[in-house]
Design a protein around this ligand. Structure first.
Ligand SMILES: Cc1cc2nc3c(=O)[nH]c(=O)nc-3n(C[C@H](O)[C@H](O)[C@H](O)COP(=O)(O)O)c2cc1C
Length: 174
């Protein structure tokens, strides 16, 4: 069976909460889950599908190698890896009201880094139903993954996760 793992950062907040909801929907028998700092990149080849979870905490931080950014560390460690043959889906936490010009920007960071390594990306999600002015995490009416807003629309999270997990389960053939 194809192995699938969800990697997320940071632990203890909304990103981890969403990770648990996603794992509950897909089933713990089909989807492993780990914070990205605990994941040994030498084990990447044991998996065919990856779900990456991230929060946008100020756009500039994601590109600051010196910051406490474990996603950045992961991409430094996998700089020379080829992700061909692997499939990726992303979800991102953000806040549309406080950060309407940068809503879920970090989805754009994940897309850029995975594309550089030739990974296939699925799980694109319509921007319809969200209210924001700009995002590095979307283009042509689609987010590059599931956008979640626990600060302003937490009541919509379970339904969004349900639909998106059904979508990626098909796309990844889980
Ligand atoms: C300092 C700070 C900066 C943030 N910047 C952004 C931002 O640029 N864009 C956005 O959509 N959300 C932004 N947010 C909102 C967070 O992404 C959101 O609260 C998220 O749910 C936090 O996830 P966590 O609890 O796992 O850390 C910011 C939050 C904080 C505290």
């Amino acid at each position: 069976m194809k192995k699938t793992i969800l990697l997320y950062w940071a632990p203890g907040g909304n990103v981890e909460k969403a990770a648990r909801q996603i794992q509950a929907q897909i089933g713990a028998d089909k989807l492993e889950m780990l914070d990205v700092a605990s994941f040994n990149v030498s084990r990447m080849d044991a998996y065919e599908n990856f779900i990456f979870g991230i929060a946008t905490i100020g756009a500039e931080i994601w590109r600051d190698a010196k910051g406490d950014n474990k996603w950045n560390e992961f991409f430094v460690k996998t700089e020379n890896k080829d992700f061909s043959g692997k499939t990726f889906a992303f979800y991102g936490l953000g806040d549309q009201v406080l950060y309407p010009d940068h809503f879920v920007d970090a989805l754009g960071f994940l897309k850029e880094e995975v594309e550089k390594r030739n990974g296939k990306i699925v799980g694109f999600w319509p921007t319809e139903g969200y209210t924001f002015t700009d995002s590095e995490g979307a283009a042509d009416g689609k987010f590059f993954g599931l956008a979640l807003d626990e600060d302003q629309e937490n009541e919509m999270t379970p339904e969004r996760i349900k639909k998106w997990t059904a979508q990626i389960s098909q796309e990844m053939k889980l």
